[in-house]
Design a binder for this molecule. Structure first.
Ligand SMILES: NC(=O)c1ccc[n+]([C@@H]2O[C@H](COP(=O)([O-])OP(=O)(O)OC[C@H]3O[C@@H](n4cnc5c(N)ncnc54)[C@H](O)[C@@H]3O)[C@@H](O)[C@H]2O)c1
Length: 332
């Protein structure tokens, strides 16, 4: 198919492009490099052995989008472009609503104008908020507790309304849990211009001496060791879910669905630290800090819908996720 990838220079977008090129899809990608670096483009070509069309562009730039859609044949949009820091979104909600919601509206308006009728949207497990018992299924209510999560809920709702009023428009919201690791080529991985705020990159920064220690927020949760449990998913599994999502959009009789992409297993912060310690030269130093407001003890996915609808399941172990993350980050 002819795919337009927004946010193609980012962590997940770049991995998707490599695998989609290998599956012989034709790729047009765009990114404004607000949080990513231009050197990723060469790496994508190296890792895939193939070429693709790239535009430095913002999803809010309607005339540029019109040019992209009219110059290239596009069958389906995979929409990764977004700002993604929960903390930053709390301090600057307008930036998040303007970039994520405003930008998506312009993208969708242009798709409508140009007759492009299929979209895969990068949503997030954060849409569920913190009040549900795990495993969390897609039927759980949406209780976003940050502007970032709220921006994802609003875009899902817009897509839902579009599929209701235009019956030939199809959308798939993929709600990611916590993607980690890097590409099997070790040529691409997570490399943002912003300070890392996720557990795996922070542990790797401690391991390579850039940070002194890990703060673990809460050791009194109702988990086996008291530290919070989350569902981590290897980037290669996340991407294979997207490849299956393309088939779903082409074959399913439904015109919209929201599907969790998580492994269905949770691991505590201490368990992850211990896996890293099993292969690092020096143990990761950590200290306990008070719980963060809004955090819950245990969050992991019910992924039965991904299994039944996408015929997808995860394959990579926690050890592989930790080792791949370290191999990637130790190159810094
Ligand atoms: N990585 C995660 O932990 C995670 C978890 C859940 C959901 N998501 C979602 O997955 C998607 C991809 O995440 P990622 O980890 O690759 O993030 P990322 O920051 O690495 O990539 C996002 C890319 O979008 C680009 N971008 C941002 N705003 C843009 C705009 N207005 N116009 C054009 N490009 C723009 C950035 O420059 C960046 O290259 C995002 O929508 C994110 O919210 C990510």
């Amino acid at each position: 198919m002819n795919l337009l990838i927004t946010g193609g220079a980012g962590f997940i977008g770049s991995h998707f492009i490599v695998d989609a090129l290998k599956k012989n899809h034709s790729i047009v990608a765009l990114d404004n490099f607000s949080t990513s670096n231009k050197d990723i483009l060469v790496k994508i070509k190296e890792a895939s052995g193939k070429d693709f069309i790239f535009y430095e562009a913002d999803i809010s730039d309607k005339s540029k989008l019109r040019e992209i859609f009219s110059t290239n044949e596009i069958d389906l949009v995979v929409h990764f472009a977004s700002l993604k820091s929960v903390t930053e979104s709390v301090f600057n909600p307008i930036l998040y609503y303007r970039n994520n919601v405003g930008g998506s509206l312009i993208l969708l308006e242009t798709m409508q104008e140009m007759g492009v009728k299929k979209i895969i949207f990068s949503s997030s497990a954060s849409v569920y908020g913190s009040s549900h018992l795990s495993p969390i299924s897609e039927e759980c209510s949406l209780n976003p507790i940050s502007p970032y999560a709220q921006s994802k809920v609003i875009i899902e709702k817009i897509l839902n309304d579009m599929t209701t009023c235009k019956h030939d428009f199809k959308a798939l919201n993929l709600r990611y849990f916590n993607p980690v690791g890097c590409h099997e080529s070790f040529l691409i991985g997570e490399s943002s211009k912003k300070e890392p705020s996720n557990l795996f990159p922070i542990i790797c920064e401690i391991a390579n001496g850039k940070k002194s220690h890990l703060s673990i927020f809460g050791n009194d949760y109702d988990t086996h060791d008291g530290t919070p449990v989350r569902d981590y998913i290897h980037i290669s599994d996340l991407i294979s879910g997207h490849i299956s999502a393309i088939d779903w959009l082409n074959s399913s009789k439904k015109n919209i669905s929201s599907i969790n992409l998580g492994t269905g297993s949770g691991y505590s912060v201490l368990e992850i630290v211990n896996v890293f310690n099993s292969f690092l030269d020096r143990p990761i130093q950590y200290e306990y800090s008070p719980r963060r407001p809004g955090d819950s003890g245990i969050v992991f996915a019910n992924n039965s819908l991904a299994k039944s609808e996408l015929k997808w399941s995860s394959t990579q172990s926690l050890e592989k996720m930790c080792k791949d993350s370290w191999i990637w980050h130790s190159k810094d």
